[in-house]
Design a protein around this ligand. Structure first.
Ligand code: MN
Length: 741
């Protein structure tokens, strides 16, 4: 049989724009590769890739997709004759990537999985596909395999049908390919419950056979009316699929006669107003079944589906459903469910869905418009799982982790005992460092010791997931109480010393027992332990510590210490340590001699800035920029107005602006979220010989921009302005300001 002319006939009917030379070449190559191989049905193997290519063309995919469909089984089934390199040489990068993507998916097996892990496998499937065309071709491949499933042995039929039902049909649904979805479901059902399938099929044929022209008739009636009302519309009719009826009958215990939407008609119009107009017309023409009218336009479904549904009685008392929607609603209905790849229904986050829909919309638009060289679906990379990865355990279970997760995160995701005993890791069979960042599709194995060794505290800095962090902390809490208590004590000592006033051990104990009682811990050792293993953060305790310190150590203090930087933390004290010797002379407080001064962390004043001082109780004068929000608020507060004093930079600070020492300041940078921007930034600061004290970055949820906060040491305002200018010139940087922390 001449399979090629068969293929050519099909393709030319769809479009004359296909590159037939390339397709013929791919066909000849696949033919040669599969020479001597046969399908279970006895047909030549090439019949399968050709059939898949035809389905792919019906999906309006491009030339490269058709070629990839023809070649899709060559890498897997003809390993001794060809390889990816050869395919690339012969058919180019695109085709070779598609074939490669398809071959990788062969290794994902869905048989006999729990519901939950099937969901993960579906995601992994998508994550590994990278190019949406791979999924379309894979669906076409599966559809043809389902159509020819009868040639397979019984046992295989069942497992393939089950996998199709659980994985491929939902995928087709989410991609909005309702036709493939319906056929996959029906075919699966046929093999999973042959008796039930036949029963429903007979019922359908019987009912439909009696009223073969029912739908056409109803549509004609409606058309006449809509035309006379001069409404522009598009209308289609369908009979409910065997699988959908089966599902209703068996899952919801309904009888065939209770299925009111066996026949359905869909009307698509231009505007929302027209939807309601058409609804009115339908209700005028037919009697409606009470309780079946649904207005999903004013109350959309959680997946953003919008439409009007009503069920009316047609000829011979047969009910049928009418769905009315605009083109826009139709698009969302067809593709919007794709948003659920990531978000289970119910807890749908509207903003994110809107974002995902944008992606889907580009899919639709690319499909329709953009007549560059052919009108087919362009390559579309899938990046919906940018913040999630999927890896295998050696047994083949899929574990989903935050992207950036390491082998250590993986170990703790399996079980805390696995993490606690971890001494090494293997990725795809190779030994790797345990802090290796994992990628989707890898098989990860944890090497454990027979005796629990316990996680290293350094792992807290490496792990990405909060699960791993918590489990490591839990271990320390349990196993290292003595060490934790000692660590907690020394943290407290450091903090108290930072307050700059002597205290006795007794006073310290009083402070701590007061605080632990206030947060519900009867034993101060529990408090130290909690601080020591990191269950409680020091910065949260500091305000309480200050309050108690004032009360116990400085009882003459008449009210609570009111330094403005209320969230003074351990960094405050570090800061004062880091400030170069003699800094006291940098600022002169008018009217007060030899005063201890400190620069407020909230605004980090630099020589050159206009400044103002605040007299704290026991901490000297804290210096703010005049335009610091805290200073503005404070100076207008009657009760503390007197504490604000004028200060100015001393000659010392001006003379020494070129010395090695400097002042800390904070910069806020907004940049495009690219991999290189942080590297470019540190290179620049390095070139400028600017000391970087801390650098933090985070992605802003709403616009996906990168916000980078850096703490640097610089000389004065002139210096910082130069730095700002240089940073602003970086390509990916959109804004940079001297910020408040
Ligand atoms: Mn195949």
């Amino acid at each position: 049989m001449d399979y090629y002319s068969d293929l050519y006939e099909s393709l030319i009917n769809i479009s004359s724009q296909y590159n037939f030379d390339k397709i013929k070449k791919a066909y000849d190559y696949a033919h040669e590769m599969h020479e001597g191989q046969y399908r279970k049905s006895g047909e030549e193997y090439i019949s399968h890739p050709v059939a898949v290519a035809k389905i792919v063309a019906q999906l309006e995919l491009d030339t490269d997709s058709v070629c990839a469909a023809l070649l899709h089984d060559t890498l897997e089934d003809c390993k001794d004759k060809t390889n990816g390199e050869t395919i690339k040489k012969l058919f180019g990068e695109e085709v070779s990537e598609l074939v490669d993507g398809l071959t990788k998916l062969v290794d994902i097996h869905f048989e006999n999985r729990e519901e939950e892990s099937v969901e993960n496998l579906r995601k992994m499937f998508l994550a590994m596909s990278k190019d949406i065309r791979v999924i379309f071709i894979k669906l076409a491949d599966r559809l043809h395999n389902m159509r020819t499933l009868s040639a397979q042995p019984d046992e295989k039929q069942r497992s393939i049908a089950l996998e199709t039902m659980h994985v491929y049909a939902p995928l087709a649904h989410r991609l909005g390919i309702q036709k493939i979805k319906g056929e996959l479901e029906n075919l699966s059902l046929k093999y999973l419950d042959p008796i039930g399938y036949d029963e429903v099929k007979n019922d359908v044929e019987h009912r439909y056979g009696e009223n073969r022209d029912f739908l056409e008739n109803a549509q004609k009636q409606i058309s006449e009316k809509l035309d006379s009302e001069k409404i522009k519309y598009s209308m289609s009719g369908r009979v409910k699929s065997i699988f959908s009826i089966y599902k209703k009958m068996y899952n919801q215990g309904k009888s065939f006669d209770e299925i009111y939407d066996f026949y359905a008609i869909r009307i698509i119009v231009d505007t929302e107003l027209e939807c309601y107009t058409v609804l009115g017309i339908i209700h005028e023409m037919f009697n409606l079944i009470p309780g079946r009218f649904k207005d999903y336009i004013s109350t959309p479904k959680p997946n953003l589906y919008r439409s009007l549904h009503t069920t009316v009685i047609g000829r011979h008392g047969i009910p049928f459903e009418v769905q009315i929607r605009t083109w826009e609603m139709h698009t969302v209905a067809e593709y919007g469910v794709a948003a659920h790849w990531k978000y289970k229904s119910g807890d749908a986050d509207k903003e994110n869905i809107a974002e995902k829909l944008k992606w889907i919309r580009t899919l639709v638009e690319t499909e329709k418009g953009d007549a560059d060289n052919d009108e087919f679906l362009k390559p579309l990379k899938i990046d919906i799982f940018e913040d999630e990865i999927f890896v295998f355990t050696p047994k083949g279970d899929v574990i989903s982790l935050q992207s950036g997760a390491t082998a250590i995160d993986f170990a703790f995701a399996i079980h805390s005992e696995v993490g606690n005993r971890m001494i090494g890791a293997k990725v795809n069979g190779m030994i790797v460092p345990i802090d290796t960042v994992l990628q989707t599709g890898q098989i990860v194995e944890v090497i454990t010791s027979s005796t629990p060794k316990g996680p290293s505290k350094d792992w807290l800095k490496i792990v990405r997931t909060s699960e791993a962090k918590n489990k490591i902390r839990q271990w320390y809490k349990r196993e290292k109480r003595t060490e934790n208590i000692a660590e907690g004590k020394s943290m407290i000592e450091r903090e108290l010393k930072g307050f700059g006033k002597a205290y006795t051990e007794q006073q310290r104990d009083e402070i701590i027992s007061n605080i632990s009682a206030r947060i519900g811990m009867s034993d101060p050792d529990d408090f130290y332990n909690s601080l020591g293993y990191g269950g409680m953060s020091l910065s949260k305790i500091v305000p309480k510590l200050r309050d108690e310190f004032i009360r116990v150590v400085m009882p003459e203090g008449d009210d609570k210490l009111s330094d403005i930087s209320g969230n003074m933390s351990v960094t405050y004290q570090d800061n004062s340590k880091k400030q170069p010797h003699g800094i006291n002379q940098a600022v002169i407080v008018d009217g007060i001699d030899n005063c201890q001064i400190r620069f407020a962390r909230c605004c980090n004043p630099l020589p050159g800035d206009k400044i103002i001082g605040f007299v704290t109780r026991g901490f000297g004068v804290s210096v703010h920029k005049q335009d610091c929000p805290n200073a503005i608020a404070g100076t207008s507060d009657e009760s503390e107005k007197d504490r604000w004093v004028s200060v100015h930079w001393s000659q010392y600070s001006i003379n020494h602006s070129n010395s090695e020492s400097g002042f800390e300041t904070i910069l806020q940078i907004y940049a495009k979220n690219s991999l290189t921007v942080i590297a470019e930034l540190s290179n620049l600061l390095n070139d400028l010989k600017v000391q970087v004290n801390t650098l933090n970055s985070k992605v802003i949820k709403t616009n996906k921009m990168l916000q980078i906060t850096i703490n640097i040491t610089c000389k004065n305002t002139t210096h910082v302005n130069t730095i700002l200018q240089r940073i602003r010139k970086l390509e990916d940087v959109s804004d940079v300001t001297r910020g408040f922390s």
